[in-house]
Ligand binder design. Structure first.
Ligand SMILES: [Zn+2]
Length: 296
């Protein structure tokens, strides 16, 4: 009787332990985090939901990037997180590229007196479209602009069209870090049908970024397992993926196949484990099909 009871209890305990382990594994990450980038004194990543931006703290003020506040109050939290680290003024907000999910909601930063900077193509489009809840940039970047603040140098570099026609590569030369958004994903295929992206410029841009001097990449979204930074290896893999995709689609076009057949037949098993391989590969194929079939 005692033994039976004991076994019953053990089973219950085991079951309880398993539930806890399963819950721990599937537990959602906290809604936001602020992380100091390893190997630096003053470079941080603010993540809110699935978006992230870089900010740099100096004695003379803070350089922030994307407010990531479309239809949500992330900017308020972003500012509170910065102010837990420093009371120095937030001097700049720099937009990574035009897309609203990254740049909307910057007003709380503007109210504190920050100067907003973006590529000139982003400003032109914002002025033209007047999107609600997007602060119009005060300053623009053509090919390159350098910001110096409190001993930190930040380069804002335009490497041409890629995932948009306004994407900046923000490079910290001393820290050997780059922050650039949406086109150099960590172990993920390209987003949906590559809307607003330019081919083959996207691949050329990756080659230019690989030729730059840096060690750590901060992308606009964490990768699998919540990984927040990448390396040149990730960018090499992103380029290899596009080259493999492009070659496979070109072959299908050359053989006179339809886009539907190309989508059905092309498999890139090397990248099977990447995020969004299932849903987005057919859309990535269609984008490259138009490039090879129609030159667009
Ligand atoms: Zn984007």
């Amino acid at each position: 009787m005692l033994r039976v009871h004991f076994i019953g209890l053990s089973a219950a305990l085991i079951a309880a332990t398993l539930v806890t382990a399963a819950q721990a594994q599937t537990a959602a990450p906290p809604p936001y985090t602020t992380t100091k980038v390893e190997g630096t004194d003053n470079v941080y990543i603010f993540r809110y939901g699935g978006h992230q931006s870089m900010f740099i703290v100096t004695k003379d003020g803070v350089i922030a990037t994307d407010p990531i506040s479309e239809r949500r109050p992330a900017a308020k939290t972003y500012i509170e997180e910065i102010q837990k680290i420093t009371k120095a003024p937030i001097k700049y907000v720099i937009y990574s590229h035009l897309h609203y999910d990254h740049i909307a909601g910057g007003k709380p930063f503007k109210d504190l007196g920050a100067t907003f900077i973006a590529h000139k193509n982003a400003k032109d489009r914002i002025v033209q479209l007047k999107p609600a809840d997007i602060v119009v940039p005060d300053q623009t970047v053509g090919d390159k602009k350098v910001i110096k603040l409190g001993g930190t140098t930040l380069e804002l570099i335009y490497v041409g069209r890629n995932h948009s026609d306004s994407t900046l590569v923000m490079r910290l030369p001393k820290e050997k870090i780059i922050f650039t958004v949406d086109w150099l994903p960590l172990q993920a295929v390209q987003f949906r049908g590559l809307a607003d992206s330019y081919l083959p410029d996207l691949e050329e841009g990756m080659k230019k970024v690989l030729a730059m001097d840096w060690d750590k990449l901060i992308p606009g979204h964490p990768g699998p397992g919540g990984r927040q930074t990448g390396t040149k290896e990730d960018v090499k893999n992103d380029l290899a993926y596009l080259q493999d995709l492009s070659a496979a689609v070109k072959k299908a076009v050359d053989e006179g196949k339809s886009v539907a057949d190309a989508q059905k037949e092309i498999k890139l098993p090397k990248y099977e484990s990447w995020s969004n391989y299932g849903p987005f590969l057919p859309m990535n194929i269609e984008r490259y099909y138009d490039f090879h079939n129609r030159g667009i």
